[in-house]
Design a protein around this ligand. Structure first.
Ligand SMILES: Cc1ncc(COP(=O)(O)O)c(C=O)c1O
Ligand SMILES: [Zn+2]
Length: 404
């Protein structure tokens, strides 16, 4: 780790890389990994992602047997929604094909490698479900013990998967943010590393998604939309974009749009009100359960980063999220969790208001697979009933199907 330092994302205070520090001892804000970019070749050889990762990740040589094949997810061009919206250059980054079905896996690998580098063989995480699944899977891969503190909103599907990977799970009442800080406090003097959503070493793995998008497109998009909960993922995305703006000597970063559900939008409210800090959101209620984070641990950092890069935070209603989720499945063949569909719901609004124009190249990050949360979805057809029929009726059903 010679080429990197760990500094506070707000006050810049350096912290030793030999300890478990994740937040600043002076101001409490999240720490971030910084590299000495002077030795990195310019322009960055983006066509060779492997080389880029060697230059810009804390653990360049990742042993093959610890990887589960995370990342390098498809960037799929829209066939119908983009045309319907009047923006034909629309793309979807399909994160649901990661080993545990969400974007979390790249960061989990680097997060657990961090634990390994500290000589720790017990990891934990605070989770609305996806993170728990991801950390549980990789802990099993590493042969480490894993403790998942799941929020009460975590859907059954995810809890079952976490258990299948052999992790210990507890479901904890209360606010995700409180649980996050409590988990760091409890682990501080124990042989346990919390691989939480905005851990500085997790962020390094997660940022790779931005390199992938630009390498796959072979050009810069005009806008990238991403759902926001703790603020870890959008912090990672912006970090990578800022690194690339420097290393590719590209003057204009894309418009970065963070999306929250209106039923839990603490960062968007603070952004719209021009505040520098996030206030706790009271009584969250939304179908986007993975985004229920009333006091997001990286909320203040997101406000700083999004303003610095000239991006924006927006929010969307549940009915628009569900409509976008249906549209993606029906018209694009992409079955995503409601949380991921927030990006497409937001895109509709941004196009309507003229903030995204018809020639724009836009990427929506679809963070997780639809099978991970079935609670928000009515069975087809939309009245919730599937017909039960006698085998004798099949010939007429098939012939009707073929003539309708
Ligand atoms: C499917 C999905 N999308 C988006 C997010 C938001 O990511 P972050 O907490 O890093 O802001 C989460 C977080 O759990 C998630 O599970
Ligand atoms: Zn600080």
């Amino acid at each position: 780790m010679g080429n990197l330092v760990l500094t506070c994302s707000l006050c810049g205070r350096p912290h030793p890389t030999s300890g478990k520090h994740q937040r600043c001892v002076a101001c409490g804000e999240p720490l971030a990994v910084k590299y000495d970019l002077r030795g990195v070749p310019r322009p960055l050889p983006l066509h060779n992602l492997h080389e880029v990762l060697n230059l810009l990740l804390p653990f360049p040589e990742i042993p093959d047997d610890l990887s589960l094949g995370e990342g390098r997810t498809p960037l799929v061009r829209s066939r119908t929604l983009g045309h319907r919206l009047g923006i034909p250059d629309l793309w979807f980054k399909v994160e649901g094909v990661n080993p545990t079905g969400s974007f979390k896996d790249r960061g989990t690998l680097t997060g657990i490698l961090r634990a390994k580098s500290l000589g720790l063989v017990r990891v934990g995480t605070v989770s609305t479900g996806n993170m728990g699944m991801s950390v549980a899977a990789y802990a099993s891969r590493f042969g480490y013990k894993c403790l998942v503190m799941a929020s009460v909103t975590a859907p059954e599907e995810k809890l079952i998967s976490i258990a299948a990977y052999g992790a210990e799970i507890v479901r904890v009442m209360g606010d995700y943010g409180d649980l996050y800080f409590e988990s760091l406090r409890l682990a501080k003097d124990l042989p346990l590393y919390m691989v939480n959503a905005d851990d500085p070493f997790r962020i390094e793995g997660q940022k790779v998604i931005a390199y992938e998008i630009i390498a796959q497109l072979r050009r810069w998009p005009d806008a990238i939309l991403v759902p926001v909960s703790s603020g870890g993922n959008i912090s990672a995305l912006i970090k990578a974009i800022e690194e690339m703006v420097t290393l590719l000597e590209h003057p204009h970063p894309p418009l970065i749009v963070g999306v929250q559900p209106r039923g839990c939008n603490p960062i968007t409210s603070a952004f719209k009100a021009g505040r520098e800090t996030v206030a706790r959101f009271d009584r969250p209620s939304t179908v986007a359960k993975a985004l229920v984070n009333p006091s997001p641990p990286s909320g203040n950092r997101v406000l700083r980063l999004i303003r610095r890069i000239g991006g924006m935070m927006v929010d969307v209603e549940d009915e628009d999220i569900l409509k976008a989720q249906r549209d993606l499945a029906h018209s694009e063949g992409l079955w995503v969790q409601p949380d991921s569909a927030t990006t497409v719901a937001a895109l509709h609004a941004l196009v309507r208001s003229g903030l995204i124009g018809d020639s724009a190249c836009v990427v929506c990050v679809l963070t997780g697979h639809g099978l991970k949360d079935l609670t928000a979805v009515p069975l087809p057809p939309s009245n919730g009933k599937i017909r039960e029929v006698d085998p004798h009726d099949l010939p007429s059903i098939v012939s009707e199907f073929c003539t309708s």
